[in-house]
Design a protein around this ligand. Structure first.
Ligand code: G6P
Length: 367
């Protein structure tokens, strides 16, 4: 049957509103409801024996992969590397015997990612794909597949597929951590519990569009926007900037907050909004001091944080969006939602073709 927009203006808006359901459906596939522990389908390798994970993908899927890298390293203590597929495939990196190659793709057809997959196989890797289309080329050529339960995504700029990819990666990292004994049962249950709260919190965030509307009105005037984040939210700053570029055609850069002083700080003046992806967590104070540096140079700092973080940044923020409290482990999943929604609202104000932005394709099947 043909897929409609329902009461929404654009497919992207409809798909943004599907975040809670998609995250819930994806989790249901990977969490055992009785034990509330991670229960993945059986995988053809043992995480305890994986010497290294190599992640490759393109676009938003790559940013999901970068977040995954953070989780695999921090929680499962597995050395993990990641690169965009168009670079990875030609870098010809040597890969350790029996390592894990991990591909992330909505379509499962992106030419560079498929080439990266084939290279990983040649290098003797176990190959696992996270895809939204189970009959795709990548799924067929992989040793194992984990499906994101996002359903068809029509908007060219990825939304719900991205958060579903994050959910799969988070669950996979927990499974790896259990296999390697790097977390105990209590911690696993706590982190799984944090994941199970995300659908409800994402629904709360989607109610925030009034606060975001005011920020969108500010951004639509800008020529350049800087997105800053750290740790597992650095990829969310990258995703926020990519989304804004893709659909509103406003130049945006995502940067690691601590790296700002090595370049982008030179751009900061009152005309360059600085979006801070700054949930409370172990790196919050570090990000706060970077934001202080931006504010001291006249930057308009727009803060996305929880109530505690927002209170601490009150003195320097031009605008603040208070998001629900969540465990820092799942913050990237939740914070992706307002980043995408904000880009959407800016694009609507600009009157661009939101679902079919110029020069972009949903699935890039040629190199
Ligand atoms: C295109 C889309 C992006 C997507 C990327 C990777 O550039 O516009 O939204 O992130 O391809 O696509 P994939 O299907 O591999 O996730």
């Amino acid at each position: 049957a043909a897929i409609g927009k329902g009461n929404f203006r654009h497919f992207m808006e409809k798909e943004l509103h599907e975040h809670p359901v998609v995250i819930g459906d994806t989790l249901r596939r990977m969490v055992d409801p009785s034990t509330r522990g991670i229960a993945l389908p059986e995988l053809p390798f043992d995480f305890a024996r994986i010497p290294r994970i190599t992640i490759s993908a393109c676009g938003s899927a790559f940013y999901a992969g970068l977040t995954g890298r953070w989780w695999f390293e921090a929680i499962a203590r597995i050395p993990t590397d990641g690169d965009v597929a168009s670079e990875f495939r030609y870098r010809t990196p040597p890969l350790p015997d029996g390592g894990l190659g991990l591909l992330v793709s909505q379509s499962g057809e992106t030419a560079d990612t498929l080439a990266a997959l084939r290279y990983m196989r040649e290098q003797g890797q176990h190959v696992l794909s996270i895809v939204n289309v189970p009959e795709s080329s990548m799924a067929r050529e992989s040793e194992a597949v984990l499906e994101t339960m996002a359903g068809p995504e029509i908007g060219v700029a990825s939304t719900k597929a991205f958060t579903a990819q994050l959910v799969v990666l988070a669950c996979l990292a927990l499974a790896a951590a259990r296999a390697r004994g790097t977390i105990g049962a209590a911690e696993e249950a706590a982190l799984t519990g944090a994941l199970l709260e995300v659908p409800g919190r994402a629904a709360d965030v989607l109610e925030k569009d009034e606060a975001l509307q005011a920020i969108a009105a500010r951004l639509v005037q800008a020529r350049d926007v800087l997105y800053l984040g750290r740790g597992n939210c650095f990829p969310i700053a990258l995703e926020g900037a990519l989304k804004l570029k893709e659909i509103s055609y406003i130049h945006a850069e995502g940067y690691a907050a601590g790296e700002m002083k090595h370049g982008p700080i030179a751009l900061i003046d009152p005309t360059v909004p600085v979006i801070a992806v700054a949930p409370s967590g172990p790196l919050f104070e570090k990000t706060a001091s970077n934001l202080q540096e931006a504010a001291a140079r006249g930057g308009q700092v727009i803060v996305f944080s929880d109530a505690a973080g927002a209170a601490k940044l009150k003195g320097i923020a031009t605008e603040t969006v208070v998001l629900p409290d969540v465990d820092p482990f799942v913050a990237p999943i939740l914070y992706a939602v307002p980043m995408q929604l904000l880009a959407y609202l800016v694009a609507v104000l600009k009157g661009t073709d939101v679902d079919q932005p110029r020069n972009l394709a949903k699935s890039v099947t040629v190199e």
